[in-house]
Design a protein around this ligand. Structure first.
Ligand code: ADP
Ligand code: MG
Length: 684
């Protein structure tokens, strides 16, 4: 009968619900059990009383012991946030780590990410006011919070994680925190670090105690190559297959590479070979992880390896200490890392691939010994390990441009830079150069004091150079009226994941044939997409990554909001005459805005090629990157060489390359916009 069948339907539904609840209960139980298995758990009480008794505490422990995911939860459990009154902030040097760890911890606490547990990275704030009590963030974001709340009064505890990485932002944070500790006596400060550097941190914070969490670690067999490798990528690929074909399947492989491009190329090579070998070898699951990997794909590295399959993780330095992937038994280490390197005499920053330090390669090897005895294959010689490698990596503060930092410190009212508590003092020449740069940008006056424009630049969630571009585009009498266009360009330049599906050249040939610069290409893409109502189909038709453009739109919205707030949008509107496509006048204005922000990123055509405009003993010879529109125009369409080019990025790989370039149509613009730098050109 009807009643009966209804009854049984109800019953079935109830049973379904019950079994779902059971599964969920089991999941929570497994999570809470696995939490208890982590090494820090055994020290929970001891740790918490050490935190109670000390304002600052250094925490040292093997990677993967639970520092990042567990300690902040203990603090929450012990009531440090007093309900939702205070927050616990945990900084990470890398955005991927901040996102990934926050997501893990929200799972462990069984809450929705972005509610009680959230993260905050540039252009992406996943927290809720009055609700989020545990916040993972990049060190740079906490640094910016000092501008709004110099005593960090909403935080009960701050954990500076991965302090041994010694990023610029972390170093500055430590100095600022040292300054406020006396005023915020109830603030707890935890500094977690790999073993290296712990003493140095302790000394910096008045000899505060060091808490050591003993970890588990199995022995790792280290193998070296007998001769130096000419091509470490090929050597790495060969090693992957040697492991895969000779070692039992119950151990995954972690290969350290230097960046996205290298990871993608290597992935292709491995896949090609695997395809050729077909079912003569067991299956491979290749999972990349790098800073700009789209968020959707980040969780893949934590996927459980399927049966009869081996996982190959291709990672940058991020897997050295920030993220722990369970199940790794083999580490392949070519021994290289990408590093920013700044040369104050020329004012140029280069991204260089350099050998790792001994501390780094030892840390990498350790990643093989977490689940059981492991093996590490170093693609360099033992002699090189013992004699060539530096003992420790160089802190970023001694090898990077300090303009942002100096501007931030000045706007916090810290004018005596020489007496700021730096863990390692930056070079005086770098500080001087930063002051000079900021003066050229108009952020400082001739007395070295911060100007209104300088304060405005600090408000922008982007580098002062880009802020200056936007400011000029809205207000400079020679270029105003192009704020809308510059907002799109600047946002496109900020999104570092690839915009194109596949090869840029192929993709761009569909879009427009007659474009002179990368900047105008980006602008055209953005505007056409906007005109197509931000549609997904438009992206598919034009071989553009839809998700990337969505992120660009999000960045653009935030920058635009900032312009509104600062009154720039209004001032720009007053200057708009009329917009008829991208005519020469408009391109000129855009170029001039860019010059105002990046006057030092200009190269000049000389008989031997393009050369940077260094003041000291001539410039550096550079090449146009083959991906640049200008390169294609010159090499393939035989266009006349431009006399001056402005670039956004200088890279040193096999050659010096400049990327993201725009020609400067009229050299007069240089001294008209930045006479301080280009007065010399005028007379010629
Ligand atoms: P530490 O900070 O001491 O290096 P973590 O707290 O990062 O250690 O990691 C503790 C454990 O949590 C590790 O075993 C790691 O594999 C696990 N873990 C962290 N993030 C995730 C994740 N997203 N998915 C699955 N396991 C994770
Ligand atoms: Mg950690």
């Amino acid at each position: 009968s009807d009643a009966e069948s209804e009854d049984s339907a109800e019953k079935e539904e109830r049973n379904n619900l019950l079994s779902q609840l059971e599964v969920e209960e089991k999941r929570i139980k497994t999570i809470s059990e696995s939490r208890k298995l982590l090494p820090v758990f055994a020290y929970r009480d001891e740790l918490m009383s050490a935190i109670k008794e000390n304002q600052a505490l250094i925490i040292v422990g093997e990677t993967g012991s639970g520092k990042t995911t567990q300690l902040p939860q203990y603090l929450v459990e012990d009531g440090y946030t007093q309900g939702t009154k205070f927050q616990i902030g945990v900084t990470q040097p890398r955005r991927v780590a901040a996102m990934s760890v926050a997501s893990r911890v929200s799972d462990e606490m069984n809450v929705i990410l972005g509610q009680e547990v959230g993260y905050s990275i540039r252009f992406d704030d996943k927290t809720t006011a009055n609700k989020t009590i545990l916040k993972y963030m990049t060190d740079g974001m906490l640094l910016r919070e000092f501008l709004i709340d110099p005593l960090l009064s909403k935080y009960a505890c701050i954990m500076i994680d991965e302090a041994h990485e010694r990023t610029l932002a972390t170093d500055i944070l430590l100095g600022l925190l040292k300054n406020i500790m006396e005023k915020r006596t109830e603030l707890k400060l935890l500094i977690s670090s790999a073993t290296v550097n712990a003493k140095k941190f302790s000394k910096f914070f008045n000899d505060c105690p060091i808490f050591n969490v003993p970890g588990r670690r199995f022995p790792v067999d280290i193998h070296y190559t007998l001769q130096p490798e000419g091509n470490y990528i090929n050597a790495a690929v060969t090693t992957v297959f040697q492991i895969h074909t000779t070692q039992s399947l119950d151990g995954d492989v972690l290969l350290f590479l230097t960046g996205q491009e290298e990871i993608e190329n290597t992935r292709e090579k491995i896949e090609e070979i695997a395809l050729k070998l077909g079912n003569r070898i067991p299956q491979l699951l290749i999972t990349p992880i790098y800073a700009n990997l789209p968020q959707e794909q980040q969780a893949d590295i934590f996927q459980k390896t399927p049966e009869n399959c081996r996982k190959i993780v291709l990672a940058t330095n991020i897997a050295e200490t920030s993220l722990t992937i369970d199940g790794i038994k083999y580490v392949i280490d070519p021994g290289f890392v990408k590093e920013n390197s700044y040369v104050p005499s020329t004012g140029m920053t280069q991204l260089l691939t350099v050998p790792c330090s001994r501390a780094s390669v030892d840390q990498r090897a350790g990643r093989a010994g977490r689940v059981g005895p492991g093996k590490c294959f170093r693609l360099f010689t033992k002699h090189s390990y013992e004699n060539d490698l530096e003992a420790m990596p160089r802190p970023e503060i001694v090898r990077t441009n300090l303009s942002n930092t100096v501007l931030l410190l000045l706007s916090l009212g810290i004018t005596d830079l020489l007496h700021f508590p730096f863990l390692d003092k930056p070079h005086i020449s770098t500080l001087t150069k930063s002051l000079e740069n900021l003066y050229i940008l108009g952020a400082l006056n001739s007395k070295g004091q911060i100007t209104e424009l300088g304060k405005m630049m600090c408000e922008f969630p982007c580098e002062p150079e880009f802020a200056k571009v936007l400011h000029s585009a809205a207000t400079h009498p020679q270029c105003n009226g192009v704020l809308d266009q510059c907002l799109s360009i600047v946002s496109m330049l900020h999104e570092t994941t690839s915009i194109f599906v596949g090869n840029k050249k192929e993709a761009t040939s569909h879009i427009v044939s007659d474009i002179d610069s990368d900047h105008m290409l980006y602008l055209t893409i953005y505007e056409e997409w906007r005109a197509a109502n931000y549609s997904r189909t438009w992206c598919q038709d034009h071989r553009i990554q839809f998700k990337t453009l969505l992120r660009v739109r999000n960045i653009r919205n935030q920058l635009a909001r900032c312009c509104d707030k600062l009154g720039l949008t209004k001032r720009n509107q007053a200057a708009i005459v009329q917009q008829a496509g991208h005519d020469n006048v408009m391109v000129g204005k855009i170029t001039k805005s860019l010059i105002s922000g990046f006057p030092l990123n200009v190269v000049k055509l000389t008989p031997s090629g393009y050369q940077t405009i260094g003041k000291a003993k001539g410039g550096l010879l550079v090449n146009l990157h083959p991906s640049s529109v200008i390169f294609q125009n010159q090499k393939e369409k035989g266009k006349k060489l431009d006399k001056y080019i402005l670039y956004q990025q200088l890279m040193l790989t096999s050659k010096e390359f400049i990327r993201d370039c725009i020609p400067i149509q009229n050299e007069k613009w240089l001294f008209e916009i930045v006479p301080q730098v280009f007065n010399g050109i005028k007379g010629k």
